[in-house]
Design a protein around this ligand. Structure first.
Ligand code: SAH
Ligand code: SF4
Ligand code: F3S
Length: 467
């Protein structure tokens, strides 16, 4: 038998890259690959890249520089190391990568991962293989399934892509060019995938998509289903304790989604709803197609449906032409909404996007200053939100042993990490925790009641396992 070949994948960027990396592993396992933690001893290294900001994108080339040394070293030892660039930089730059980095054997865009085995064969024949065709030839149809033991090893919380691509064309953003136009997976395939996951220990699913609430997949009735309708269906899957979705666009929030938050206890009351700016002038220049007031109205609809709902957002500071007054409108919006968390970024001009052509730019020092002011406000809101949990009892889904011996870590409904001293048996369970204190962003507490056995039948007839 030939020894297994070793595969190392390094992912940058968003949750979809995390999910895609797992699908690449699942696709390459039947080809005899096993995962390895270090690039140096791998036979195939895949850089799963992100193009969203210049910094993310440039990381690829410094990483390729390091890999060139590792590849040379492997060659000296008589071993062939192949290097593939996947993800959004692969899609955006394609041939350019091959020209700029001779070390690269394969370039594969996000819609072509099911071609990896074939690309590897072509690379084995001495070709530099590129696959970046758009649109996918039924990418979703060819997604490889993970093995049961692989699912178990990955833990209790999993991502599932339900939608890919974006038709919104915000003027700063590369995603419509790297992930293509919106596509939704059919309901049946999503349900099957999640059933497989829950049968193997997964308790929480985050449905992901660049614009997840634009979901319009085909239902079993042959009609197009909304995300809200899909959520009702998924809530029926046995064993699925928690459902989340990310990322949403404020313009695609329909009544079925609001109703799902009202009706489904498994749907977590925490929504990532990027607004980018609080200035209507900048929102128009960004082609967001909503004003600040429209965003407030969407937030109000969610809050009316479920009182304990909390929000996070993304912000860009220093978009071309952003004045102090525009920036203050962003601060005012944040002050008014009150976020549980938020991400903020300095504007980064991206090749091929309309905003990159605007001459009226904001200076780097001004951008830095604005970022600092915005982050201070967001931080104070996040701290207040976390502090409010102290003294209360909250449900936590336990995920894994923490770094401190004896501690187990899980997450609250709002994705706050929560630590307790407990037996690892609680991993995979949702249990009430009394929160005692806060350490940076982590909640510390104790089980509010002794960890109850998962079902009463087992408690009634004790079975000694392993005796
Ligand atoms: N809807 C997408 C957004 C992806 S990009 C999703 O699924 O997450 C994530 C965030 O990066 C955006 O919300 C935006 O705030 C930020 N971003 C995108 N392009 C950017 C750019 N050119 N410069 C700075 N930040 C950017
Ligand atoms: Fe990018 Fe805008 Fe689409 Fe989000 S909605 S992925 S920011 S173009
Ligand atoms: Fe980056 Fe592509 Fe995701 S650009 S944020 S990896 S969709």
């Amino acid at each position: 038998m030939t020894p297994p070949r070793k595969l190392h994948i390094k992912s940058y960027g968003c949750q979809m890259n995390v999910y895609d990396a797992q699908r690449m592993v699942d696709t390459l396992q039947p080809e005899g690959f096993v995962e390895t933690a270090s690039a140096e001893d791998a036979d195939l290294v895949i850089l799963n890249t992100c193009h969203i900001r210049e910094k993310a994108s440039e990381k690829v080339y410094s990483e390729l520089g390091r890999l060139r040394l590792a590849k040379d070293e492997a060659a000296r030892g008589g071993r062939t190391m192949r290097i593939a660039v996947a993800g959004c930089v692969a899609q955006a730059e394609g041939e350019e990568i091959v020209a700029r980095a001779p070390v690269v054997d394969i370039v594969v865009g996000p819609q072509s991962y099911h071609h990896l085995p074939d690309l590897l064969k072509r690379a084995g024949g001495g070709e530099r293989a590129i696959a970046t065709e758009f649109p996918a030839d039924d990418k979703f149809g060819y997604l490889a399934k993970p093995k049961p033991e692989t699912i178990r090893a990955r833990g209790v919380s999993a991502f599932v892509t339900v939608q890919e691509g974006c038709d919104k064309f915000c003027t700063f953003c590369v995603v419509p060019y790297t992930r293509g136009s919106e596509m939704s997976r059919p309901v049946g395939r999503i349900v099957d995938e999640i059933r497989d996951l829950t049968e193997n220990g997964v308790r929480e699913i985050t449905l992901i998509g660049q614009n997840v609430n634009a979901y319009h997949g085909e239902g079993p009735d042959g009609r197009s289903w909304t995300l809200g309708r899909l959520l009702y269906r998924l809530a029926e899957i046995p064993g699925l304790a928690r459902i989340r979705y990310s990322t949403s666009h404020p313009n695609d929030v329909d009544d079925s989604l609001i109703a799902a938050h009202r009706d489904l206890p498994a749907l977590m009351p925490f929504i990532h709803l990027p607004v980018q700016s609080g200035s209507d002038r900048i929102l128009a220049a960004m082609n967001r197609k909503h004003r600040a007031i429209d965003y407030h109205k969407v937030i109000d609809r969610f809050r009316a449906a479920r009182q304990d709902i909390a929000f996070s957002s993304d912000f860009i500071v220093g978009f071309p032409g952003e004045t102090e007054e525009d920036f203050r409108a962003t601060l005012a919006l944040v002050a008014q909404i009150g976020y549980a968390a938020a991400y903020s970024f300095k504007y980064s001009p991206r090749p091929g996007t309309p905003a990159a052509e605007i001459r009226e730019t904001v200076s780097l020092s001004e951008m830095d200053a604005r970022l600092e002011r915005l982050q201070a406000l967001i931080d104070s809101q996040q701290s207040a939100f976390n502090k409010a949990a102290i003294g209360t009892v909250v449900d936590v889904l336990f995920e894994r042993p923490a770094r401190n011996p004896g501690q187990i870590v899980g997450r609250t409904a709002y994705l706050q990490p929560a630590h307790v001293m407990a037996s690892p048996d609680i991993i995979g369970q949702v249990l009430p925790i009394r929160i005692d204190s806060l350490e940076r962003y982590s909640l510390l507490g104790e089980l509010a009641s002794p960890a109850a056995p998962q079902n009463t039948q087992a408690a009634a007839s004790p079975v000694i396992i392993g005796a």
